[in-house]
Ligand binder design. Structure first.
Ligand code: SF4
Length: 216
């Protein structure tokens, strides 16, 4: 709130959340305090600035007619209240893709436990692939007679990137193959929710099985 008031009062351009602009704003703020009477009540002054930002110099439609700073406010004088402070530039998040395999056999689903370090560390998730070739190779390795069936893709947003997840469902005939890795397990569908899973994977499986779409 205080940054907004300062950015408007001094007509400072640039994103106030960046270090460079914040420094400019605090430079002005300190100059105001230096020029204030020695008996300035700092607590009341600070509270007043915050109240002004919260109630008068609001993000949209600031009420300049009620503002005690209006006579000297550069944003008001220049009629630039709507432009200031400069909105934050949001960087587009990079998009990554992955394929997740829902391999189902005898009422069980193949899950893998993630390594402790890294994204979703230590959680159980579906086997994940970076391309369709490795996905199909894995399906063949599981003894699939047919290619997996693509389900609706969806995005999951991480802090620094967006992950587009393409789920593929595969029903295997016969008995479930013995897992070749210690971090894999065929989990009965009724016990999936007993395994700690990343939220998007849990939602995907709940959507499939709680809705009874694939239960037969
Ligand atoms: S005059 Fe308007 S824009 Fe300037 S500080 Fe006051 S409310 Fe904000």
């Amino acid at each position: 709130n205080v940054r907004r008031v300062l950015a408007r009062y001094f007509a400072i351009e640039g994103d106030p959340t960046t270090a460079r602009i914040a420094q400019q704003l605090w430079g002005h703020a300190h100059a105001l305090i230096d020029a204030a009477p020695a008996d300035l009540d700092m607590a009341a002054y600070t509270q007043g600035q915050m109240d002004l930002g919260a109630t008068v110099c609001t993000r949209t439609r600031p009420d300049c007619t009620r503002c005690p700073l209006a006579p000297d406010c550069r944003a008001r004088i220049q009629n630039r209240q709507d432009e200031l402070p400069t909105p934050r530039v949001r960087r587009a998040q990079p998009l990554r893709h992955c394929w997740m395999l829902i391999a189902e056999c005898e009422g069980r689903v193949l899950l893998e436990r993630r390594p402790d370090a890294g994204i979703w560390g230590g959680l159980w998730t579906l086997p994940q692939f970076e391309d369709t070739a490795t996905l199909e190779a894995a399906c063949t390795g599981l003894g699939a007679a047919e290619p997996p069936q693509a389900l609706a893709a969806f995005d999951h947003v991480f802090t620094h990137f967006r992950l587009r997840i393409q789920p593929c469902w595969l029903r295997l005939p016969g008995a479930a193959p013995v897992p070749t890795r210690a971090d894999q397990a065929w989990v009965p569908i009724g016990k999936l929710d007993a395994h700690g899973m990343p939220a998007p994977v849990a939602r995907l499986l709940a959507g499939l099985y709680d809705g009874g779409l694939l239960l037969r």
